[in-house]
Design a binder for this molecule. Structure first.
Ligand code: HEM
Length: 454
């Protein structure tokens, strides 16, 4: 009896020692160099719950503010089951974005993007970027995409005005998927297009979460929706190829390369690539555009200035007897709109990037009153630049966002056409951040034809 008691006492002691050791290791992670200060929170959960508490999107998160006060601008913590370092130092962030090439993402995201994703895999990364540039670079936008976006925005806003209201996030999402789907796949059968759009509704509002792929979790739903989307994409391409129907620019390039004997990518990788593009486009742009519209509606002077700019463009076209369709020159003449877009991206975006400790010091500029929405701070600056020393909404370096030009064009065209209506955002709209931007009360605008503008 005593022996058995001693046996269990030893086992329990061993378990306690092992647990204490694991907790010690968790709190004091090993590193080749010196880690920044910080705390690791609870094992596995770390400090995820504090980090993910929703907060006003235009303010710094309380979690980060408290940590910076206690530990300084760079600190260590643990989120989503992984050990991470957070940097609030713009200079360091810029350097990291420029010099670091390996994407650092929670396992849930890595699983979603697929094991051999062309953008993630370093051997195919360059090829994926150059493929994307062929149909999303400024030349392609100018030659082809602008007209598609112009048409789609007009159509959707007209439809919204007919009903009297429109959800900005939902509408932007539809426009983006329709527009990108056309570029990569060509015209799609209505059923397949509907199914593709429907898949997005299975995606939970937020990307980031623990990596558990078990029924009932967000990751499980995301992976299921991903597989369903990939199936629709693959079936559409195979059907089109068999019937000789015209494919979009992307598939034309890929299949053209194969026929010319150029080493190219498999259909599996191609559909994974498209999925990645759709996902990144859809999970960023609708929320950013909805946030921009909210910021505009909260700042009447900005709204007035935008109206003035867009009425001017329309008036000019009428006077010159030009077609109503927007041109690249019209887009480039939207100076104030570009200032608004830059300012909105400056304060609404996040740069999810990987950290590397830098061994030299450098100087950087600071913004005056950085949390204020002030488009006029962009006056006289290069508005076409998508990156500068203090401006990295699209990252920097070899992983600079390939959709940046497309986003800016899309936002400008949307603002142009919206300014032609009488619109107001619902007063209850709130702009929060839970790592990514969220609008928990929706992004509805009331919209009416502006008879004065016709
Ligand atoms: C407001 C909208 C958007 C924002 C704020 C944004 C932001 C970013 C950022 C910060 C990165 C760099 C991440 C890193 O350094 O690891 C990135 C990469 C990327 N973005 Fe965007 N993005 C937006 C829209 C889009 C759109 C519309 C597309 C596609 C049509 C897109 C496709 C991509 C791709 C494929 C990458 C990976 C590039 C690479 O790894 O080489 N993004 N984006």
């Amino acid at each position: 009896m005593v022996d058995l008691y001693e046996f269990w006492a030893v086992i329990v002691s061993l378990i306690v020692v092992k647990l204490c050791h694991s907790i010690y290791q968790w709190r004091n992670p090993k590193s080749n160099g010196e880690l920044p200060p910080g705390s690791m929170g609870y094992p596995i959960i770390g400090e995820t719950f504090e980090f993910m508490k929703p907060h006003d999107a235009i303010q710094l998160p309380t979690f980060v503010k408290e940590k910076v006060l206690r530990h300084g601008p760079v600190f260590r913590t643990s989120l989503f089951g992984g050990k991470v370092i957070i940097s609030t130092d713009i200079g360091l962030n810029m350097e990291i974005a420029k010099t670091n090439h390996i994407p650092g993402m929670p396992k849930s995201l890595a699983r979603l993007f697929g094991a051999n994703n062309l953008f993630v895999n370093k051997d195919t990364h360059k090829h994926a970027r150059s493929l994307t540039n062929q149909f999303l670079g400024s030349q392609a936008l100018k030659l082809r995409m602008l007209q598609d976006i112009d048409f789609l925005v007009r159509t959707h806003l007209k439809e919204g005005a007919r009903k009297g209201s429109l959800d900005i996030k939902e509408t932007t999402s539809k426009i983006i998927i329709e527009c990108l789907a056309k570029k990569v796949m060509g015209e799609m059968e209505p059923d397949a297009a509907k199914e593709l759009t429907l898949c997005w509704t299975f995606f939970p509002r937020e990307w980031f979460g623990f990596a558990w792929n078990i029924p009932g979790t967000g990751v499980y739903r995301m992976v299921k929706a991903r597989n369903r989307m990939m199936k629709v994409l693959k079936e559409t391409v195979l059907k089109k190829r068999a019937s000789g129907e015209e494919l979009g620019d992307f598939f034309k390039t890929i299949f053209g390369d194969t026929e010319r004997g150029v080493k190219t990518i498999s259909l599996e990788s191609a559909t994974e690539y498209i999925f990645t593009l759709f996902l990144l486009a859809n999970e960023t742009t609708p929320a950013v555009l909805a946030a921009t519209i909210k910021l505009i509606s909260d700042h009447p002077k900005v709204m007035q200035e935008l109206q003035r700019e867009h009425e001017g463009i329309v008036r000019d076209k009428i006077e010159k007897n030009e077609k109503a369709d927007l041109t690249w020159e019209d887009y480039k003449s939207m100076t104030f709109t570009q200032m608004v877009i830059n300012e909105s991206l400056r304060i609404t975006s996040t740069v999810p990037t990987v950290l590397r400790i830098i061994d030299h010091e450098f100087q950087f500029e600071k913004y005056d009153d950085p949390l204020a929405f002030n488009p006029w701070r962009w006056k006289g600056k290069d508005l076409s630049a998508i990156v500068s020393r203090t401006y990295i909404p699209f990252g920097s370096g070899s992983r600079l966002c390939v959709g940046a030009e497309f986003v800016k064009l899309k936002m400008a065209i949307f603002i142009h056409h919206l300014s032609r209506y009488r619109w107001s955002m619902k007063t209850e709209t709130t702009l929060l951040r839970r790592f990514v931007l969220i609008l928990p009360r929706g992004s509805d605008v009331q919209i009416l034809e502006d008879t004065k503008a016709k």
